[in-house]
Design a protein around this ligand. Structure first.
Ligand code: AR6
Length: 231
């Protein structure tokens, strides 16, 4: 247990805007690298325009529910910027709950470079996908498909053709993918969240009764998918 990251210290460094070099400090801590870890972006809160406060409530509720069942695994919420509103909201809510800081923490960085740039080993990453499961479209979806190479597109097509909102699909990543070789990612879990953007398909027109239910379902599917890999 002594090899668990000092998240308080990390957060201080994050707040100071320093680079956090986990790679060096954890080079000899094999056990940490071995803990199954899911890194996930905040589903639906950028291109899909879902309300950040409501999304933060749901993330913390679902993490609290699943971190109990995932004793020997870690969940990590990732966003690109130290100024991320969703990370701040989630951190504030986590303080109020009884969530173990070793099984859930936040991380600032690009989800496609967690190990090579942040020293954070995550064998599974989640993607905020589109319903067709197609590359491109910007956001984290474009970044993950770009970084994974054509291998991810082929592997995804083999597994599933499309997703409906609130669902997730676990895709094993071929070992020839750069995300596998460079970052140690063995699985990508595509998740389709609720959409509040009128310019995207299946817009919920601000119906947050439905939207919150769909986002809860999306995180349930994501965490169940991760649990199925860990088991
Ligand atoms: N690493 C970590 N987090 C990221 C990265 C990255 N490389 N890129 C974005 N984020 P979004 P959505 C964060 O828009 O709202 C696509 O076009 C971002 O700051 O990617 O679910 C798809 O094709 C935000 O916190 O996903 C869909 O059509 C979070 O990832 C649509 O967007 C999600 O932002 C899905 O929209």
């Amino acid at each position: 247990l002594c090899s668990v990251p000092d998240t308080a210290n990390l957060e201080t460094k994050e707040a100071e805007g320093q680079e956090v070099d986990l790679a060096g400090s954890h080079a000899n801590q094999v056990s940490l690298d071995d803990i199954p870890t899911l890194a996930f972006p905040s589903i639906s809160t950028s291109d899909f325009q879902f309300n950040h406060e409501k999304a933060a409530d749901i993330i913390v509720e679902k993490v609290a529910e699943f971190s109990n069942n995932l004793k020997n695994a870690r969940l990590v919420l990732v966003d690109l910027s130290h100024k991320s509103k969703i990370l701040s909201l989630v951190k504030a809510r986590v303080m109020e709950k009884n969530i173990d800081s070793q099984s859930f923490f936040t991380h600032v960085g690009d989800i496609t470079h967690l190990y090579s740039r942040g020293g954070l080993r995550c064998n599974v990453i989640a993607n905020a996908a589109n319903w067709r499961l197609k590359p491109g479209g910007g956001g984290v979806n474009a970044a993950i498909f770009n970084a994974a190479g054509p291998e991810l597109e082929f592997a995804t097509k083999e597994k599933v053709k499309s997703l409906s909102p609130g669902n997730a699909a676990v895709v094993p990543l071929p070992s020839s993918s750069p995300l596998f070789t460079r970052e140690g990612v063995t699985h990508v879990i595509h998740v389709l969240g609720p959409n509040m953007n009128p310019q995207r398909p299946n817009c919920l027109n601000n119906d947050y009764n439905k939207g919150c239910k769909v986002l809860q379902d999306a995180y349930t599917s994501l965490f169940e998918g991760f649990a199925s890999i860990v088991r």
